[in-house]
Design a protein around this ligand. Structure first.
Ligand code: MN
Ligand code: MN
Length: 421
């Protein structure tokens, strides 16, 4: 028996050289805030190696995806055991293209761990209409781009109608009918979050669908009009998201005779909120305390400067569903009993943290990192590891971790969601 040739490093040297052009293409990362990739990295794609561990990956490989997931490809030494997949990118989700825009979703079918929340990314062109509908789930939305007009009617026969722009959100309680329409100049794109992982945007109660499945004579009796009045209702598959005209000024749609407004607004200017600021970032928390109608979904918008990190923490109430708005990050998740995994994220990705699992989110890019944390809960809640240790009698903490007095003194009694504090 012959000895296998030593070290993978030699194998790497022996690998056939690829043209600089191919490699440049392969490691290109389409992030506008990315730093230029150093020349040395362009010449050699990364290999799954650490000192005295791993080897080259000489077989078929997707170098672009490897490069986007450095902490999956070469995990930190502290990763261990089994944790489910906690990342799914909207870039890997099916696009449903319609006459007035498009939609794609990440549900429990795409990300099996996400049993209690699902998300949708939707584009409405200027004037386009998401068909009037309702559903069993609560709907929480964040405006990513452009402007929209939304409306909702409650069970007391009152209406809320309002315009939303980037950084605004809306909340629609389960069962209440609503509409969304893209405004000028270029419509909108928004993120929707639902409080059930098995939600599908394809399974909502559509206005046209009900009318199409109701006999004309019943419609005539119900509305007190001739039966032929509903003869031209389009097929539901022609609506869903369909082209329309940009509506008139908000006041014309809102201030109509005989219409009673809801006592509470169903939209909220999240970015206008005063954030909790630290030296390394900012956090805005929106839940039923400052947005009273949002009784089923709470959220935090986290901004982390380059070099900063959303501190080690966990949530004592429920799972966390994340959407990355900007930048690059890695999240390490601790799942108890020796299980820990690290995932990488960038704009347009969804992350997930099961209930009670400890985690941190580190900015790994050269520009700002911005992401949303969403919770199926009326209130936002988190527990800071640092604060827990600072508030506990120091002798107890020192005995537990064998740390010196200086380290104990560095602990902070005041919570700092983004560090360095
Ligand atoms: Mn809806
Ligand atoms: Mn969290």
């Amino acid at each position: 028996m012959t000895l296998s040739p030593p070290p993978s490093r030699n194998a790497r040297k022996a690998a056939p050289k690829r043209s600089a052009k191919t490699l440049r293409k392969a490691v290109h990362e389409p992030m506008r805030q990315s730093a230029p990739v150093p020349k040395s990295k362009l010449q050699q794609p990364r290999q799954p190696e650490r000192p005295r561990r791993g080897g080259t990956d000489p077989g078929p490989r997707n170098v672009t995806v490897d490069a986007q997931n450095p902490d999956l490809f070469v995990p930190p030494k502290t990763d261990a055991g089994i944790l489910p997949n906690l990342r799914f990118s909207f870039a890997d989700a099916h696009m449903r293209l319609e006459r007035g825009g498009w939609t794609r979703e990440i549900t429990v079918r795409e990300l099996p761990v996400s049993t209690n929340m699902a998300g949708v990314d939707m584009r409405l062109n200027a004037g386009s209409i998401r068909e009037m509908h309702w559903h069993k789930e609560a709907e929480w939305a964040y405006m990513l781009y452009g402007n929209a007009r939304v409306s909702i009617v409650d069970d007391q026969g009152r209406i809320f109608i309002g315009d939303v722009g980037v950084g605004d959100l809306w909340y629609f309680p389960p069962g209440l009918p609503h509409s969304i329409q893209g405004l000028g100049p270029d419509g909108c794109e928004f993120l929707l979050v639902f409080d059930d992982g098995s939600f599908s945007e394809d399974n909502t109660f559509l206005l046209s669908d009900w009318v199409k499945h109701t006999p004309n004579e019943v419609l005539a009796k119900n509305f007190g009009v001739p039966a032929k009045s509903f003869a031209r209702v389009p097929e539901p598959d022609q609506l869903y998201i369909f082209a329309g005209k940009v509506p008139p000024a908000l006041s014309r749609d809102r201030d109509r005779k005989g219409v009673t407004p809801t006592p509470l607004p169903y939209i909220h200017r999240m970015m206008a909120q005063k954030p909790i600021k630290t030296r390394s970032g900012a956090v805005r928390i929106t839940d039923s305390k400052n947005f009273p109608v949002a009784t089923a979904i709470a959220a935090a918008l986290v901004e982390v400067n380059p070099g900063g990190m959303r501190e080690l923490h966990w949530h004592p109430n429920t799972d966390e569903w994340q959407y990355y708005l900007e930048g690059q990050a890695r999240m390490g998740v601790f799942g108890s009993t020796g299980n820990a995994r690290t995932f990488d994220y960038r704009a347009g990705d969804v992350g997930y943290v099961p209930f009670a699992m400890g985690h941190y989110v580190e900015n790994t890019g050269t520009g700002p990192l911005r992401f949303l944390e969403m919770f199926k809960s009326p209130l936002f809640a988190d527990v800071s590891l640092n604060q827990w240790l600072a508030l506990t009698p120091p002798e107890l903490v020192r005995a537990s971790l064998d740390i010196d007095e200086k380290t104990v003194r560095a602990l902070r009694k005041k919570k700092s969601p983004v560090v360095p504090a």
